[in-house]
Design a protein around this ligand. Structure first.
Ligand SMILES: Cc1cc2nc3c(=O)[nH]c(=O)nc-3n(C[C@H](O)[C@H](O)[C@H](O)COP(=O)(O)O)c2cc1C
Length: 248
């Protein structure tokens, strides 16, 4: 990916995944795989072995059956990557301090009337999840896991607060995915608790699943970020980590 002008001058503060990928590229923390790869276990095996070695992030550019599409993996987790995201040295104590500070000093989010996320809308039977190159990650998986570091967003029916958690989703059929877990504590309920609370009242739970978020939202989704007294959640912690409000 060509580095954008914005990312050349930036340290941290990325507002989307493209800017962050350009920054990883500049820091030589992103490797492109141009050889053809198979989604059945090959991508997963390569990703797991590279992850065990601590990186780099990988962009598969030649996926069997998906011409012109690419898939990125292993983007948020290694200290070097978090150093790029936070604009700090890749030292774990410094990064940890930034994460804690952000949770204590959240930045209110901005709600926008619309955004690029609304450019393509497919409903009901029009939805075809096979359009996305989704790996069979592990040998004994029952199917293709499409949401692995995604944001699963639900609203607490008791407090009205939003929650975003990373709970893996497997493709079940053309337009249905599974949900894994997300039950936490009474003080810090997760998305699974929201479902159970709604079910107790005979109500369904609307869920938004977001793939390909910026590094702060990706970090927030896999981190226990309890709502604070003002009902601020993962979005506002991510805003503090970014140094700029999350817009949604
Ligand atoms: C890559 C990744 C995958 C995860 N998958 C799951 C999962 O499938 N089910 C689950 O309950 N927690 C999973 N977790 C852990 C939760 O995301 C984590 O506990 C997080 O705090 C959940 O948000 P919550 O505290 O708002 O519930 C995963 C974490 C990561 C980083």
């Amino acid at each position: 990916m060509a580095a954008t002008e914005a990312s050349e001058t930036k340290t941290g503060g990325y507002t989307d995944i493209r800017e962050y990928l350009a920054a990883l590229d500049e820091h030589e923390l992103l490797k492109r795989i141009t050889a053809e790869v198979d989604l059945t276990h090959e991508v997963g095996a390569i990703a797991a072995r590279v992850l065990e070695r601590g990186g780099p992030a990988l962009m598969f550019e030649n996926i069997k059956g998906y011409p012109g599409m690419s898939l990125v993996v292993n983007l948020v987790g290694a200290p070097a990557q978090l150093g790029v995201a936070f604009g700090t040295d890749a030292e774990e104590p410094q990064i940890y301090a930034k994460i804690v500070q952000g949770m204590q000093n959240r930045i209110p989010s901005r709600i926008r009337p619309t955004g690029p996320v609304k450019e393509e809308i497919h409903r009901g039977d029009e939805v075809d999840l096979s359009a996305f190159p989704t790996p069979w990650w592990h040998e004994h998986d029952g199917g293709q896991y499409i949401a692995t570091t995604a944001g699963l967003i639900t609203r607490d029916p008791n407090t009205g607060n939003l929650n975003m958690g990373s709970y893996r989703c497997m493709i079940k059929d053309k337009n249905t995915v599974t949900w894994s877990g997300g039950t936490r504590t009474q003080r810090d309920p997760g998305g699974g608790d929201h479902i159970l609370a709604n079910e107790a009242k005979g109500l369904p739970t609307p869920v938004a699943i977001v793939l390909g978020m910026d590094p702060y939202l990706s970090l927030a989704t896999g981190t226990p970020v309890p709502s604070d007294e003002e009902g601020q959640t993962e979005y506002e912690a991510a805003g503090a980590w970014r140094g700029a409000a999350t817009s949604w």
